[in-house]
Ligand binder design. Structure first.
Ligand SMILES: [Zn+2]
Length: 885
């Protein structure tokens, strides 16, 4: 192995060694050092000339950057107070999978953190947790179902017998599902690959260098690879990665056999966190005598309410089970979602009877009221403070099912009575629709020459402070059904929890207030609880669950200030009455207007004797707004986010197992495009919208393996993804159709003010899809956009991948480079200043792509049609040329 150390001083141009030929060596080559160059690939917000040059050099030398966007930056600038990554490590691509870069803890007297390069074998045992776990992939579910069904007949369905039921479930599970307690295991080792592995070990004993040994080794790798691909596909299609990519990073590291670098040990105790949760639930003030009064009021309503509650049917239970997601943790009773999915007809009948018994007796199994809380450190927060941990409650799966059935019953009654300002957790409403609701209000203000002032109200731990008696009173008022009230009461009272961190447990605590987080009913109950929030004259409310924005419009700032201050003081009264804790410290104020002379005019709004902080860039439901709704800041942040996800995509493309084009495309769409298009109808018409396109183009190039200078129309065609702007336009039209035809859309029936400003294009001025379906529209627009491009070798626009997806990764890359006629030919390398002469080794003075495709005497030839078809000749051509172009 060769190691090269690099130092390039800042402000000095690169001088590359002239006779470098790293690409063709078989042995690993590691190049590490301070490159002093900027590129989004390694975490800068922009590329500079040096950065572009390094990228091109690495590409030409067949090197892969070792970079993990989730690791700490290697250099902390004292001057800029920010972290950067001037220190880079490259390794020959064919070895990149076995190298890993680690950024270590800082050492005194240097602004750089030390880097360590870890080299590991391709197959490596994974350190599992020492606890025994069910291996559902190897379960005998038929046995489980029949065993449990046979046992269940003898038990009477009632809450007190749940323990016996649970024991039967466990008995059947342990008899039919293997459990693994191994400390070490190789991820994705199936029965087939296990046999291959022992064959390989034996062959290796005989002769490690024999043809046979190598061959068995190859089929072992490909067998493990295909299993890994399946696992990845499962993850990518199973969960929504729009807002959080943590799970994807964790999985890819596990599948790549990388060590998990971020196993931080909590620096606080479970008891402290459990205590913090109790504190969160304490209201700042309690009005005296409220308990008696609330109880009386509730009873008064209940006396006039109905008690009707038809029993649950097996069909309702069945429908509920289908909504339970697999792969989630079990609650304290140890019954997992997988087991519930495999309940037999008798077990389902038993559960239905149990649920109905719970309704009649207003009791639930004791264990359902006990919750295990896992505390996770919020990113970037102090690990010493118990406030920095996010609690995740693990409720019993069957308890959640019971809640779901109740919710399905009451949700239609509730939804009819909720304020239309509330958009959280309601059928037919969405984040995007609600953000549009606010931004359209602001846009209308621009047209009417009115300024908009908005307060983004923050409540401390809103769900945790909900008072149970007050909640039941409000539910009683809305639902008017004694049975339901009593059933809900039986769920809320006497709940207990403990906190677990690093297998240490806190002691049990009683949860006096609050809605259990992770509960199916909680969001709806919270909506009921806050449905009587005050309304104000001349002020609009935009509510999403516990997220409230109040906004008002006027010609003058003073009127806005007065209205908002007054509204907040009324809100304060409401919050105090209902045990909610206002948080003026985190509440933000912002103005929206187009008068640049008054850009710095702040709003003086007071709340609870505190002057509220003004912000230039408030974040509403994940979208960063600004005074003129330019979305420049939003796009800057979005670009960074997508760039980080592109790193994950590249990691996948460099892995041994995730390189097939279909996997890469699905991943790019689920990981990069979903994030890049979140709430796109809100910001798609901004002149900064295309800022994110550079990253999306990069994602497309990662799928196809095309080089940066490749014309974009060809890249989109080969990645079979429509141009980003067209995708956003289609999403906008879809949302516009929803608004025009769906009476539940917050902008339904919106009255558009006459257009005064020619430069503004608000959502309400856009068009719908005109009856065509989204995919059809995307394709039509793409064809129009693509009409003037001429690429006879590239398949026409289509959203399914072109021929050749079964090629090996490096051949698929060569195929696409040949199709686009842009590759690392000597002609191009000469143009990019990387080689002194454009000559082909065959003697031809200029080595162009057409030359090596049709004339070169060194290798096989291939026609345009062959490339389109990806047939035998194309495959042979790619096999010959793949490392060279
Ligand atoms: Zn030639």
């Amino acid at each position: 192995m060769t190691v090269t150390s690099v130092y390039k001083p800042p402000a000095t141009p690169f001088a590359w060694p002239s006779n470098q030929n790293i690409r063709n060596g078989m042995k690993p080559h590691l190049i590490i050092g301070d490159f002093n160059s900027h590129n989004t690939t390694w975490g800068y917000s922009n590329n500079n000339k040096d950065g572009e040059e390094v990228e091109l050099w690495a590409l030409n030398q067949g090197l892969t950057l070792l970079h993990d966007a989730k690791q700490k930056p290697s250099f902390l600038s004292a001057r800029w107070r920010r972290g950067y990554n001037p220190d880079l490590a490259f390794v020959t691509s064919r070895h990149s999978n076995t190298f890993e870069k680690l950024v270590l803890d800082p050492v005194p007297r240097s602004q750089h953190r030390p880097l360590a390069i870890d080299i590991r074998p391709i197959i490596r045992p994974h350190m599992g947790k020492p606890i025994k776990r069910f291996n559902f992939r190897k379960a005998n579910w038929e046995k489980f179902t029949s065993m449990l069904d046979a046992a269940i007949n003898s038990i009477n369905a009632c809450p007190d017998n749940y323990e016996t039921f649970k024991n039967h479930v466990w008995k059947s599970a342990t008899a039919s599902i293997p459990r693994s307690g191994r400390k070490q295991y190789i991820p994705c080792l199936t029965e087939q690959s296990k046999t291959l592995y022992s064959e390989y070990k034996q062959a290796y004993e005989n002769d490690p260098f024999a043809e046979d040994t190598i061959e068995i080794g190859e089929s072992l790798l490909s067998s493990i690879g295909s299993e890994k691909r399946d696992r990845w596909q499962e993850l990518i299609t199973g969960i929504d990665l729009t807002h959080n990519s943590k799970k994807a990073w964790k999985t890819i590291k596990k599948l790549n056999s990388e060590s998990n670098t971020n196993t931080s040990i909590p620096e606080t105790t479970p008891n402290k966190v459990a205590h913090q949760l109790l504190l969160n639930g304490k209201p700042n003030n309690k009005p005296r005598g409220y308990k008696k009064k609330l109880k009386e009021d509730t009873n008064k309503i209940m006396n006039e309410s109905s008690t009707q509650f038809p029993p649950f049917s097996i069909e309702e239970v069945d429908a509920g089970i289908k909504t339970i997601k697999l792969g989630k943790a079990a609650g304290i009773d140890g019954i997992t979602p997988e087991m519930v999915h495999h309940l037999g007809p008798r077990a389902k009948e038993w559960i239905t009877r149990l649920f109905n018994k719970c309704v009649i007796t207003k009791k639930v199994p004791k264990v359902w009221k006990k919750t295990k809380v896992v505390a996770l450190l919020k990113p970037g927060k102090d690990p010493k403070s118990p406030k920095s941990y996010r609690p995740i409650s693990l409720l019993c799966v069957l308890y959640k099912l019971y809640e779901r059935l109740i919710m399905t019953r009451i949700s239609p009654i509730v939804d009819d009575q909720l304020s239309c300002d509330q958009a959280g957790f309601r059928p037919g409403r969405s984040c995007c629709g609600q953000v549009l609701n606010l931004t359209q209000f602001i846009e209308d203000g621009y047209e009417n020459q009115l300024k908009t002032g908005a307060v983004f109200v923050d409540l401390t731990a809103a769900y945790d402070t909900v008072n149970h008696k007050a909640l039941l009173f409000k539910v009683a008022k809305m639902i008017k059904n004694t049975t339901i009230i009593k059933v809900l009461e039986s769920l809320l009272n006497n709940r207990q929890y403990f906190v677990e961190m690093n297998s240490k447990k806190s002691r049990w605590r009683l949860q006096k207030n609050g809605l259990p987080q992770g509960s199916v009913l909680a969001p709806m109950l919270f909506n009921i609880y806050t449905n009587d929030q005050p309304q104000f004259r001349n002020i609009r409310r935009f509510i999403y669950a516990d997220d409230l924005c109040i906004a008002t419009q006027s010609k003058t700032f003073e009127i806005i200030e007065n209205r908002l201050t007054e509204a907040l003081s009324i809100l304060s009264g409401y919050y105090k009455q209902w045990f909610l804790n206002a948080n003026p410290g985190k509440t933000q104020v912002c103005t929206f207007h187009l008068n640049n002379h008054q850009a710095n005019r702040i709003l003086r709004v007071k709340w609870e004797n505190e002057e509220l902080e003004n912000t230039k860039f408030p974040v509403y439901l994940g979208v960063t707004l600004d005074r003129t709704l330019s979305f420049k800041e939003h796009m800057r942040k979005l670009k960074e986010k997508v760039a980080s996800r592109n790193n994950l995509l590249r990691k996948l493309a460099n892995s041994k197992w995730g390189t097939d084009p279909n996997t890469l495309k699905t991943t790019a769409v689920a990981l990069c495009f979903s994030t890049a298009e979140y709430c796109a109808p809100v910001w798609a018409r901004s002149c900064h919208a295309s800022a994110v396109d550079a990253e999306l183009n990069q994602a497309c190039r990662t799928i196809t393996g095309n080089l940066k200078p490749t014309p974009l129309p060809a890249v989109y065609r080969m990645a079979s993804i429509a141009p980003p702007a067209i995708r956003r336009d289609t999403l906008t039209r879809q949302e516009r159709d929803k608004q025009l035809s769906g009476s539940r859309h917050p902008l339904y029936g919106h009255q558009q003010p006459p257009q005064r400003l020619k430069s503004r294009k608000s959502f309400a001025t856009t068009n719908g899809l005109d009856g065509s379906n989204p995919a059809q529209h995307r394709l039509e627009q793409w064809e129009i956009w693509d009409r003037s491009t001429f690429h006879p070798t590239v398949p026409p626009p289509s959203e399914s991948l072109p021929n050749g997806t079964s090629f090996k990764r490096n051949e698929w890359v060569a195929l696409n480079r040949a199709r686009a006629k842009v590759g690392r030919t000597q002609d191009n390398l000469h143009k990019w200043g990387l080689v002194p002469q454009p000559t082909c080794p065959c003697g031809e003075p200029i080595q162009t792509m057409d030359h090596i495709l049709r004339e070169c005497t060194l290798g096989p030839h291939c026609t345009d049609q062959d490339l389109l078809d990806a047939n035998q000749s194309a495959s042979q051509w790619c096999q010959w040329w793949h490392e060279k172009i």
